[in-house]
Structure formats: structure tokens, C-alpha cells
Design a binder for this molecule. Structure first.
Ligand code: DGL
Length: 270
């Protein structure tokens, strides 16, 4: 049994960390497509091609269930994959559902009409491709009314994190939050809509200031996965060992991952 976790690079490690804390006995195969990161500046066809390639590799590694721990892939490719590509005995899930459930405080399966929710002014921070897809606003509109969403495409932040340049990442986060606040001076909630951003969550919190509820995905996704596996234990798959795979340079990616997770991580070539 092994669950696959896929991201364009290192960001999905934030989800992996929360999953291994919550489900320590479930082996996880992580695949980072570091050779092609960032996805956020690519077009939807490109993201679809890269994501299906990565997910196929995880199927080969014995994963029947793969989490796209990447908002960009979830926004630009997941629906198309689920409609026409995912084999019937496999599942691919994204990271939007748990986030929207938390924000609207209603279950995904609740098909009642959209209603008022407690948040009113939501700041969405995400990659350019996720912002362009408007997937977040679309899913939210099915469930909630009266929510004003202002999106900020955070160009450069993923590259800075992948490069390990945290000084640049901090400066970029600060300027993106300032840009957002010029459009929406008083958000009551902020969504970190990219799995890389929890690595720099503190920079977002400081720049946003007090009084803004920050929705960050790792714990929400881990809780949702635990719930799913309780209902569908057979989806744990046939793999039995945890592994870290990358399409990039394993030594370099291992060093970065070790720094982020503060424990030794050894990546292998995918
Ligand atoms: N971590 C990803 C996300 O959640 C992708 C970032 C990127 O590759 O641009 O959107």
C-alpha cells in the first residue's frame, strides 16, 4: 500500500509532511517534477501533459490513489484527467476540495443551494495559472453567496522557494500582499492557494497582519485523505515502501527538501 503525492517541485512536501504526521503507517511515494517547475507560468495543455506523465509514474510505483498536491495542476488539469484519462481502478484527487470545504464549512457532497458563509472578503494568493483558471472562484460560487474574492497572482515566489532564495521569497510575498491590499484593504480571510506557500507562511502572516484568518492546505488535505482512506481502505495501493522521486537533480533536490522538512530526505531519479 502506498499513496502517491505529486507536485511540480518541492511544494507538495508541505502536504506530505502533514500526511505522514496524520497517517504514519501509510507509505507515501512523492514525485516532484523539479525539472519542469514552475507550472504556474505554463499553459493548461502543458500542465496537463506534465501532470499525466508524473501521475503515470506514481501508478507504476504501486500507487492506486494519487493526490495532486499542486493547486496549479488541480486547477488546470484535474477535471480533464478525471473525465477522460484516469483508469477506472485508480483515483486522482486534488487539493481544492478540502480547502473549499473548510472555507464554506460545508461538505463537498452537500448539493443544497449556495448560502451565506462566515467569510466575506477573501484574498486568494496563487500562481498565475491558478488565478487565470478561476477554478477557485467557480467552485466557491457553487456553494457560497456574498463572498468577494480578490486574487493575487504571486509571480516569482515558487521560483524563489525552489532556488532556496528565502530573502527574495520574503520580499516577493511582501509586495504581493501589498498589491492585494491595494485592491482589498481589509480581507477577513486569506487562502494560500499554492502548496509551496506554507513554506513561507510566516511571511504571509506578518505581511497580512492580525485579524486575517489564513487558510493553508496541508492539514486540511491530510484530514481529508484520512477520512477518504477510512471509507476506501483498498485505495492504499500495492506499494509498500515510502520513496522520494524527482525528475530534477536528486542531490540538489534532497538538500533543499532536507532544509525545508528539517529531517534527512533522499530523493532518487524518477
Ligand atoms: N505547488 C504548486 C501549486 O500548488 C505549483 C507551483 C508551480 O509549479 O508554479 O500551485
Amino acid at each position: 500500500m502506498a499513496v502517491g503525492i505529486f507536485d511540480s517541485g518541492l511544494g507538495g512536501l508541505t502536504v506530505l509532511q502533514a500526511v505522514t504526521e496524520r497517517l504514519p503507517d501509510v507509505p507515501v511515494v512523492y514525485l516532484g517534477d523539479n525539472a519542469h517547475t514552475p507550472y504556474g507560468t505554463r499553459d493548461a495543455d502543458d500542465i496537463y501533459d506534465l501532470t499525466t506523465k508524473g501521475v503515470s509514474r506514481l501508478f507504476e510505483a504501486g500507487c492506486d490513489l494519487v493526490i495532486l498536491a499542486c493547486n496549479t495542476a488541480s486547477a488546470a488539469a484535474l477535471r480533464r484527467m478525471q473525465e477522460s484519462w484516469v483508469p477506472t481502478d485508480k483515483r486522482v484527487l486534488g487539493v481544492f476540495v478540502p480547502l473549499i470545504e473548510a472555507l464554506t464549512q460545508r461538505d463537498w457532497g452537500d448539493n443544497s443551494p449556495p448560502r451565506e458563509v462566515s467569510v466575506k472578503h477573501v484574498a486568494l494568493f496563487a500562481t498565475p495559472a491558478t488565478v487565470r483558471s478561476r477554478a477557485f472562484q467557480r467552485e466557491l460560487a457553487f456553494r457560497a453567496v456574498g463572498v468577494d474574492v480578490e486574487a493575487q497572482a504571486c509571480a516569482g515566489v515558487v521560483d524563489a522557494i525552489e532556488e532556496g532564495d528565502m530573502i527574495l521569497a520574503e520580499a516577493l510575498v511582501k509586495s504581493h500582499v501589498e498589491a492585494l491590499k491595494r485592491k482589498m484593504p481589509e480581507p477577513d480571510a486569506a487562502v494560500l492557494g499554492c502548496t509551496h506557500y506554507p513554506i513561507v507562511e510566516e511571511y504571509f502572516r506578518v505581511a497580512l497582519g492580525d485579524g486575517v484568518t489564513v487558510f493553508s492546505q496541508p492539514d486540511l488535505v491530510a484530514a481529508s485523505l484520512a477520512n477518504y482512506l477510512e471509507r476506501r481502505p483498498e485505495m492504499k495501493g500495492s506499494g509498500t515502501v515510502s520513496m522520494f522521486l524527482t525528475t530534477g537533480d536528486p542531490a540538489r533536490v534532497s538538500d533543499q527538501a532536507t532544509r525545508f522538512l528539517r529531517r534527512r530526505i533522499d530523493f532518487h531519479a524518477a
